[in-house]
Design a protein around this ligand. Structure first.
Ligand SMILES: Cc1cc2nc3c(=O)[nH]c(=O)nc-3n(C[C@H](O)[C@H](O)[C@H](O)COP(=O)(O)OP(=O)(O)OC[C@H]3O[C@@H](n4cnc5c(N)ncnc54)[C@H](O)[C@@H]3O)c2cc1C
Length: 425
């Protein structure tokens, strides 16, 4: 690795690769340092190996998935958004398909195809990629970046080396799925040079519940249900869609999306419940009519059998236990009060949330580099001249659906182009 580099990019995820390639395309001499033996390990497992690249919804809806970070991201999305990403990928030979929920995937269904194409493109742009290089310090003088200190992990024992640079792009990702290399190093690196870090916590993470009901339902997936998060007896958020029971609690798309509300409420020592509405399309009166019809039509059939018309088989014993209705009663014997109990259960199947799964299982990290310390027009640090940020290391996190990868690509693009402009290319 030579010294006197113009631009050093730290981290070979989607944000770092895009930033490095764009800076090099604009004429800068760029090296990319990756601490793992291979870059883009997380990208490779994204979307269960299928890589949900982005989302075809409108810009306004897209921004809505980022909560308070929406304004910060506007310039990055205005510079490089969904159509730009798709045309960029198409030029690399990657065609895409749009699926349910406007989610866009590579047509091949293979994240590996995206990783290979990106790496080939970055190299073709002239970027030199050095794996097994863990950056351990940003070298600054008078609030200006001068270089970085690296631990060369390819040597035994690892050797420490300092490299100079005119600009550094920090794209070290978050702290989730640390086995992919994203262990939160970037937070410490930025903090040491004066940045503040919004406390990091797991997001898009499964929730742990009290009791044994979820474990009994392990593996059962429910579609078209509504999940609500209640914190200290107040509803704070809701989602409609698909969820899954696991041996420890609740998971699946809508639970992951809601998890940030539960995590924050639990961290504030609040009492947190998830309430499932198993019949969200029916209001109380319509649901009652439906029950009356079922019980009239099956007046001689036992309740435990009638419920098969209303519920997945595995939920029936839970429903009967929690409503305390005799499963052997026949349709004509079900009273109005018992119908009411069934209705209430169907609309409020509730779980006390006792915790959440740790970073090792979280899809994304909430918190990170304080956005108020970053210039959203060019991703530059407002504290250290020559330092730029891209991707999940920033305090941005979104729902599932391709939003997080688009944010990594868009901020990476903007950081790469801005760096090249600033160093005069
Ligand atoms: C299982 C899973 C599935 C996902 N699926 C999707 C999906 O389908 N769609 C979607 O939009 N999002 C998805 N995400 C989220 C998405 O993958 C991330 O938001 C995205 O990868 C962030 O990109 P990044 O470049 O900022 O960071 P990362 O991809 O985390 O890359 C950071 C890189 O920096 C390197 N690094 C860290 N510290 C150092 C250091 N000190 N020195 C040198 N290198 C360092 C790491 O090794 C890593 O390679 C998924 C996440 C997970 C965990």
């Amino acid at each position: 690795m030579s010294d006197g580099n113009e631009v050093i990019v730290i981290g070979g995820g989607p944000a770092g690769l895009m930033a490095a390639g764009q800076a090099a395309l604009s004429g800068a001499r760029v090296i990319l340092l990756e601490k793992m033996p291979q870059p883009a390990r997380k990208l490779l497992i994204s979307g269960k190996g299928r890589c949900n690249l982005t989302n075809a919804c409108s810009l306004d809806e897209f921004l809505g998935h980022f909560g308070p970070a929406r304004n910060f991201l506007k310039p990055a999305f205005h510079t490089f958004f969904v159509v730009d990403l798709l045309s960029f990928l198409s030029n690399l030979g990657i065609e895409t398909v749009t699926e349910r929920g406007n989610r866009i995937f590579p047509a091949s269904g293979k994240a590996g195809e995206v990783v290979t194409a990106l790496l080939n493109w970055v190299k073709a742009c002239g970027v030199k990629i050095y794996p097994n290089q863990r950056v351990i310090r940003l070298v600054c003088e008078n609030n200006e970046i001068k270089g970085i200190e690296v631990q060369d992990l390819s040597r035994t024992p690892p050797r420490k080396v300092i490299y100079s640079a005119s600009a550094v792009i920090l794209a070290t990702g978050g702290a989730s799925y640390p086995g992919t290399g994203s262990t939160g190093d970037g937070y410490r690196l930025a903090q040491e040079v004066g940045h503040t870090i919004i406390p990091v916590r797991p997001a898009l993470t499964p929730l742990v519940v009290a009791g044994e009901v979820a474990a009994r339902l392990q593996g059962l997936s429910l579609k078209n249900v509504r999940a609500e998060i209640w914190s200290n007896n107040k509803k704070v958020a809701q989602e409609f869609g698909e969820m899954l029971f696991t041996h420890f609690g609740l998971s699946g798309p809508i639970i992951l999306s809601l998890s940030k509300f539960a995590v924050d409420a639990l961290n504030q020592k609040q009492s947190v419940m998830v309430k499932l509405d198993l019949k969200p399309a029916l209001d109380d009166a319509t649901l009652d009519q439906r029950l009356i019809r079922e019980f009239d039509a099956h007046s001689k059939m036992q309740l435990r059998k009638i419920l098969k018309n209303l519920l997945p088989q595995r939920l029936i014993p839970i429903c009967l236990e929690q409503t305390s209705i005799d499963p052997l009663k026949i349709g004509s014997q079900i009273t109005a009060n018992e119908r009411k109990a069934i209705r209430q259960w169907l609309k409020n199947f509730s779980f006390q949330i006792t915790g959440y799964r740790p970073f090792i299982e979280a899809i994304i990290t909430a918190g990170g580099i304080n956005l108020s310390e970053v210039n959203r027009q060019n991703m530059a640090s407002k504290i250290v001249r020559g330092l730029y940020f891209a991707g999940e290391v920033l305090d941005i996190d979104a729902d599932t659906g391709g939003f997080n990868l688009q944010a990594a690509f868009s901020t990476g693009y903007l950081a790469g182009k801005s760096v090249a402009r600033v160093i005069g290319r």
